[in-house]
Design a protein around this ligand. Structure first.
Ligand code: AMP
Length: 122
């Protein structure tokens, strides 16, 4: 089980941020890095991660400063605009065990490219 209480500097997204392993970059600025999910669940499946060591949304909501939260949030829609996603999209962030989080670095999944159906699988 992953630990989302203590940041692991060797998690796979930390390595992607440090360019130690490759990724397909979609967008980058001072605050965020966005890249294609290796196992896409929709025609468009982008992962958006902060350039700071937050384990999950819990950590982010408690520790990120206002400027960072503002810029991170704005960046998400900038990515959607850059990709010309005009028909809408879904944002998901999985948190901890019940959320199904696999990588302990905060990430938002941006999914689109077709109607995505119901929100939660049964
Ligand atoms: P989650 O279950 O919310 O933690 O999502 C982790 C996501 O990371 C999954 O959708 C994986 O397909 C994706 N993933 C894992 N390793 C890589 C990688 N090296 N490059 C891109 N996406 C990855």
């Amino acid at each position: 089980m992953i630990d989302i209480a203590n940041y692991d500097n060797d998690n796979i997204f930390a390595k992607i941020l440090r360019k130690e392993i490759p990724s397909k970059k979609v967008f980058e600025n001072k605050y965020v890095y966005a890249f294609e999910d290796i196992n896409p669940q929709a025609p468009i499946h982008i992962l958006i991660i902060p350039k700071k060591p937050f384990c999950s949304f819990i950590d982010f909501s408690k520790k990120a400063d206002l400027k960072f939260i503002y810029e991170f949030t704005k960046s998400i829609n900038l990515i959607a605009e850059k990709l010309e996603i005009n028909e809408g999209y879904r944002l998901i962030t999985n948190i901890g065990k019940y959320g199904g989080q696999e990588v302990p670095h905060l990430h938002f999944h941006l999914l689109s490219g077709r109607p995505l159906g119901k929100m939660v699988s049964t």
